[in-house]
Design a binder for this molecule. Structure first.
Ligand SMILES: C[S@@+](CC[C@H](N)C(=O)[O-])C[C@H]1O[C@@H](n2cnc3c(N)ncnc32)[C@H](O)[C@@H]1O
Length: 372
């Protein structure tokens, strides 16, 4: 079973009170301060030209005050210019259905509702859901918002055209994997996501960069990633320790010519030891034994949630050439022979582009060596 995707919990659709405004325009409330009880956070916004910009990101009158949990990534984006910029860069069409993961109190949601036909928001915290529903209801936009009160990683996502979100950074990797790999091919145009800056750098890394890693390799196989802008930590309440980067992920139009489960398992092996050559990686006794066993064993699916969770795993036996007890000597020679024939033995996976890695996988597969 794929870790994180096997619990299919029913959606809880949160109903809204039937409060409507006179029109679909956003109404501006009079409150002018952001305040979270217990934290003493106060945020004063820039004055904007439009109604929406004048509206404060969090309206005390619209909902109750509560403690924000850092463990759930509850850093609310409060700078209206940044919020507007995210919506602008998402290129939303009027008939689009937008998926938002982690709407929080709705700072981004109310803007998305202005541009899209429909917003589907997935939020784990019922206090946030209550605040969001109250706020959207007061604005008279509730008929276009559907809230799924669930863990975004554990719920089946409904169809959508665009994903636009300031996500909790703790779920970045499994969430991107879910968006891109859970339902193939993905049917959305793009995901405009605010990510932790360091994570975004790794996602944007190319072969040869020090940050180049399995996450970039796997995402790059099925999507392109574009840098949009950096966002200061000072634009959030409470202020996090890290800065952020907005990126746009676009699924590739054509599916890659490879079994993705096989590819994910292959890259898991290639990137299992940082800075090692492929020769050193494939000489490990355990790796050789695993591959040999897989020749005769049936397929065991791997998690695609933990895209990059094993980069530091050390087996402590990478230089071990002694095959006694495993009876894998001949098979190991075959594996090394394939690496040598392709000119890969001395190369490091972090320097190879996807085409080169794909070529190596094909060489293995042609010799009957499978990775899943
Ligand atoms: C960084 S805050 C963003 C809030 C809002 N979008 C904003 O920009 O002000 C992340 C939000 O995601 C919610 N969240 C955390 N983990 C989640 C999960 N696994 N599934 C859905 N929502 C989650 C948090 O409760 C929080 O409201």
């Amino acid at each position: 079973m794929k870790r994180g995707f096997h619990h299919r919990i029913l959606h809880v659709l949160v109903p809204f009170p039937a409060v409507r405004s006179q029109s679909h325009g956003l109404r501006t409330k009079s409150s002018s301060r952001f305040s979270v009880r217990g934290r003493g956070h106060r945020h004063e916004d820039d004055d904007g030209g439009e109604d929406l910009e004048k509206q404060k990101p969090w309206d005390e009158e619209a909902g109750s005050r509560f403690k924000l949990h850092k463990s759930r990534g509850q850093h609310l984006l409060t700078n209206p210019r940044v919020l507007d910029s995210i919506v602008r860069r998402a290129h939303i069409r009027p008939d689009d259905t937008v998926l938002e993961i982690g709407p929080g109190t709705g700072n981004l949601t109310v803007r998305l509702l202005q541009s899209a036909s429909k917003v589907i928001a997935v939020e784990i915290d019922h206090r946030m859901v209550d605040a969001l529903c109250g706020r959207v209801s007061q604005l008279g936009l509730d008929d276009r918002l559907t809230v799924i009160k669930e863990n975004a990683l554990k719920t089946k996502l409904p169809p959508f055209d665009l994903c636009v979100a300031n996500i909790p950074y703790g779920i970045s990797s499994p969430l991107i994997a879910k968006l891109l790999f859970e339902s193939r091919p993905p049917c959305f145009r793009s995901a405009t996501l605010l990510l932790q800056k360091e994570f975004a750098r790794r996602l944007l890394a190319v072969p040869g960069d020090s940050e180049f890693n399995r996450l970039a390799v796997n995402v790059g196989m099925v999507a392109t990633v574009e840098f949009l802008m950096d966002v200061s930590k000072r634009d959030f309440v409470p202020c996090p320790k890290v800065d952020s980067t907005l990126v746009k992920i676009r699924p590739r139009a054509e599916s890659p010519a490879v079994d993705l489960e096989e590819w994910l398992a292959f890259t898991r092996t290639c990137f299992s030891k940082r800075n090692k050559t492929l020769g050193a990686i494939f000489k490990q006794k355990k790796k050789v034994a695993e591959l040999k066993e897989r020749l005769s064993k049936s397929y065991v699916p791997q998690s695609i949630e933990s895209q990059d969770d094993d980069a530091d795993v050390d087996d402590d036996d990478d230089d071990d050439d002694d095959d006694d007890g495993l009876d894998v000597g001949e098979f190991k020679e075959k594996v090394i022979g394939i690496l040598k024939a392709g000119g890969f033995e001395e190369k490091r996976p972090s320097k190879l582009c996807n085409e080169e890695l794909l070529h190596l996988l094909q060489l293995f597969n042609q010799q009957g060596i499978l990775f899943h």
